[in-house]
Write a protein that binds this ligand. Structure first.
Ligand code: G16
Length: 548
């Protein structure tokens, strides 16, 4: 039960953060997101939730990140990292929704009281919770961070630690490290990347490739700035960084992974002088990564895109290669792939041909992560560039054991060491553009491949994504894999009738969990057909739901 002093503390602080009229917030795909001016009360309340989450888990450190990632600069958002470094347990999302929408301090307190009782959370007696607060470069971040601090501290005895401007994956990594009792500062994060990258470089059999310059689009956000720091510690990587946000560019506007992946055109700051160069884009909080190049025959501003699916395929190939070197024992490793309905059909065929198991999850890394944990090595990626590789504890300790069995310098020993280094390099908590980029770079050097050669792994089926603004996007309800719409009634039959008109046609709709739109995805054998299928499905959405 909650003591009177605790109740008074929340009543008092919540007076500072009245909820704005007529907003209905939902934790969504990746936390709460809205126009930054609407979010103070939400962030304050998520501060309270984070303290409670920490208390529930024996005062383990919890992370609270203030970011709206790929959304526009005037938006902001808040998401919680569980002590494991993964996303907030989905069991707590309904409570997050309830308190975010509580209309008065009294209602807020009563919801918290009930929840604390139900979860048997003890406030105050055995020490408080601990919450680490990070934010991206959005101008509204600092003000929102103050609201989060007040929320955290209004749970008596809990402490808020401001860990500064970070990428989302950095915060998740730090939280995970902290709770494992490891060194957990930002410099530890960098050091870990540098050491494991170097280890993989040293294990390249013969260096087949002159290291050419990588050109990075930092989305005018935190990722490019962090890469500037990291670059200083790395050898064997030559990277030129553009769109750092310091030269007047606007976050995510005409730049960044979301823009490049959706529009398939060059971001601002790139042009004909970059033809053929290996280029990469981060998103606003650097949890997404895509590659691209401008083909020499480029008409206008079109790029060749190497999206999350292509990154996944490259990773799968490299890991499979190491397992093959280990031989029969390596083949026992359950290597699997997790994708979403957005995965390009050609990528799914490619990994299946490699003999890998492929499973599908709902959009949102939290869903993919969960499925990837079922494998010894689970690679998950969304087409938008969000993903990572998870190694199970048991497989990792098996690998470490093998490092002792095999003689040093042997092929098998090297293969095992590469896998161990990959598990250290690639973020085990969440998709991470910085660590993903380093892994892509080292694999390309290992293979002796250019970006063009990598792109030839398979040819994407032409696809198109569009968004449709509707009065109420929650009217769209889909199946668990999001490939079919159950509501509004009749729309799926209409979509199916459109799909039938196209060769290799595939299309689906789903409500976005981060923007107020319905998303439409379409694939077909030509770009013209994919565009036309996407447009007719978008028309169906408008006619079934009305346009706003
Ligand atoms: C977030 C999630 C991703 C998801 C994306 C789009 O990305 O972390 O898993 O794919 O939103 O979601 P939706 O289609 O529901 O709007 P980010 O980079 O914005 O955090």
């Amino acid at each position: 039960a909650m003591e009177e002093t605790q109740i008074a503390s929340i009543l008092k602080s919540s007076e500072l953060y009245p909820i704005p009229q007529s907003v209905k917030l939902s934790y969504g795909t990746a936390g709460f997101r809205a126009d930054a001016s609407l979010l103070e009360s939400t962030v304050y309340r998520v501060g309270i939730l984070s303290s409670l989450r920490s208390l529930k888990l024996k005062s383990s450190t919890v992370g609270l990140m203030i970011t709206a990632s790929h959304n526009k600069v005037s938006d902001n958002g808040v998401k919680v990292s569980d002590p494991s470094g993964g996303m907030l347990s989905q069991e707590w999302e309904p409570f997050a929704d309830q308190i975010a929408n509580a209309s008065s301090p009294r209602e807020l307190v009563s919801l918290i009281k009930d929840f604390v009782e139900k979860e048997e959370i003890v406030i105050g007696e055995k020490g408080g919770g601990e919450v680490w607060l990070g934010r991206d470069t959005r101008p509204s971040g600092e003000r929102l961070l103050r609201a989060a601090e007040i929320g955290v501290r209004s749970v008596l005895g809990s402490v808020a630690v401001d860990v500064g401007v970070l990428t989302t994956p950095q915060l998740h990594w730090m939280v995970r490290a902290k709770n494992k009792g490891l060194n957990a500062t930002e410099s530890d994060y960098f050091e870990n990347l540098v050491t494991s990258f170097k280890c993989l470089i040293d294990l390249i059999p013969i260096n087949k490739l002159e290291i050419s310059t990588l050109v990075l689009d930092g989305a005018n956000g935190v990722g490019g700035q962090k890469m500037e720091v990291l670059r200083g510690y790395l050898s064997n990587l030559d990277v030129e960084i553009r769109n750092t946000g310091r030269d007047g560019g606007v976050l995510n506007e005409g730049v960044g992974a979301d823009f490049v992946q959706k529009e398939k055109v060059v971001p601002l700051g790139f042009g004909s002088e970059d033809v053929g160069m290996r280029c990469a884009s981060f998103d606003g909080d650097a949890d997404r990564l895509v590659y691209f190049y401008i083909p020499s025959e480029s008409c206008g501003d079109k790029v060749e895109l190497l999206d999350g699916d292509k990154i996944l395929s490259l990773f799968a190939l490299f890991i499979k290669e190491q397992l093959n070197i280990i031989g029969d024992e390596g083949k026992q490793c359950r290597l699997g792939v997790v994708q979403t309905a957005y995965a390009n059909g050609a990528s799914t065929d490619y990994v299946k041909e490699m003999g890998l198991e492929v499973v599908f999850a709902k959009t949102g890394v939290k869903h993919l992560h969960e499925r990837a944990e079922e494998f010894d090595v689970g690679i998950y990626f969304e087409a938008n560039g969000h993903g990572t590789i998870l190694f199970s504890e048991s497989f990792l300790s098996w690998l470490v054991g093998k490092q002792k069995d095999y003689s040093e310098g042997s092929d098998k020993h090297n293969a095992v060491s590469r896998l161990v280094a990959v598990s250290n390099l690639i973020n085990q908590a969440v998709g991470d553009a910085l660590s993903g980029l380093l892994l892509v770079e080292v694999i390309l050097q290992h293979m002796g491949w250019s970006v063009q050669k990598w792109n030839e792994l398979y040819k994407d089926l032409p696809s198109r994504q569009v968004k449709v603004e509707v009065p109420d996007r929650t009217a769209v309800v889909t199946t668990s894999e999001e490939t079919e719409a159950l509501k509004p009634l009749g729309i799926q039959d209409a979509i199916n009738a459109e799909i039938k008109k196209y060769q290799h046609g595939r299309a689906f709709i789903r409500p976005s969990g981060t923007e107020d739109v319905v998303r439409v995805y379409a694939e077909a054998s030509t770009q013209e057909d994919a565009d036309s299928l996407a447009n007719s499905v978008a028309q169906l959405v408008k006619s079934f739901l009305g346009s706003s």
